[in-house]
Design a protein around this ligand. Structure first.
Ligand SMILES: [Zn+2]
Length: 312
């Protein structure tokens, strides 16, 4: 099962079951802000990092000349997972049980990043893909093009790392993993520079106009039309703004904890969980967004401006 999501303004992509993601991009517009030489030498890093319930091996294979990226990515990864553990109360080891369950013992508790100048899958340049569970070939890891995740713009890296915690359902988790770095930075749990926070909110595609084809997220998150895919991806992020506003901080944390341990599967699954956390008129709140029907409590333009997010 493959579903679309967007990566940056210039690229459309896919994320699939158990972290198998692929990002399509228009190759001609790929920028590369790293200073890459023609004669790039490979580099790598393998470092043990201590999280709440034990050690994880962090490894990078860097096929570009942007060697300073290794340390940067290591620090971003460590800080993000620390922040996820602290905010959700769920350790990395516990959260990643579904991700690692089909992998051999030697591959468990490993975070693998592969940085390349161009990322191809089956002969097509796709910008990046997420194969930490092994569903997209034997080579495991998060594969990224250096031009999409230069130092100072970690949005895509943070997004993909978030999928270690949130896998399914994709229509919900796509929004969660894009929203959380912003929220955690706002709360002071994750240290990000202003530029890094901007890279995160740029990834949300807030300027994306609602598509004429606009199914509720839980009904259809897949479209061959990139404009529809872009809108649904942005819609998934905006849903998180609505949930956070309605639930408040403590109940949103409870909600995330449930979303880690339970596959909420469809709109009714989400509805049941939200009701159990806090009784509200969730049908009206989620109408148009997750459940069928016309937008009700929140219009289609909700959370389309940065000021909506800043007020959370
Ligand atoms: Zn994703």
């Amino acid at each position: 099962m493959i579903r679309k999501h967007l990566v940056g303004k210039r690229s459309a992509g896919f994320c699939g079951r158990f972290l198998i993601g692929v990002f399509l991009l228009f190759v001609s517009t790929v920028g590369n802000s790293q200073n890459l030489s023609k004669h790039s030498a490979k580099s790598g890093m393998e470092q043990s990092v201590r999280f709440r319930d034990g050690d994880t091996v962090f490894s990078i294979r860097n096929e570009t000349s942007a060697h300073s990226w290794n340390q940067y990515a290591f620090e971003k990864t460590r800080d993000l997972i620390d922040a996820y553990e602290s905010y959700t109360g769920v350790s990395f080891q516990r959260a990643t049980v579904p991700v690692y369950k089909t992998l051999p013992e030697s591959e468990k508790n490993r975070i693998r990043l592969v940085l390349k100048e161009s990322v191809y899958l089956n002969g097509t340049r796709i910008g990046g893909y997420n194969n930490v569970s092994g569903g997209t070939g034997k080579e495991l890891g998060i594969f990224l093009e250096s031009g999409l995740v230069p130092i100072g713009s970690p949005a895509l890296l943070l997004h993909e790392l978030g999928h270690y915690y949130f896998t399914e359902p994709i229509w919900l988790t796509e929004g969660i993993v894009s929203f959380l770095p912003f929220l955690l930075a706002k709360k002071g749990i994750l240290k990000l520079t202003k530029q890094e926070i901007s890279s995160v909110s740029d990834e949300w595609q807030l300027s994306e106009r609602p598509s004429k084809i606009d199914p509720p997220l839980a009904e259809n998150f897949q479209s061959d039309d990139p404009r529809v895919g872009a809108w649904l991806y942005s819609k998934s992020v905006r849903l998180q703004g609505i949930l956070y506003r309605e639930l408040g901080n403590e109940n949103y944390r409870k909600f995330l904890k449930t979303a880690i341990s339970q596959d909420l599967s469809d709109g009714n699954g989400l509805l049941a969980v939200l009701r159990s956390i806090q009784p509200k008129n969730w049908e009206s709140i989620l109408k148009g967004w997750v459940l069928p029907g016309k937008y009700s409590a929140y219009s289609v333009h909700s959370f389309s401006k940065m000021k909506d997010w800043d007020s959370l």
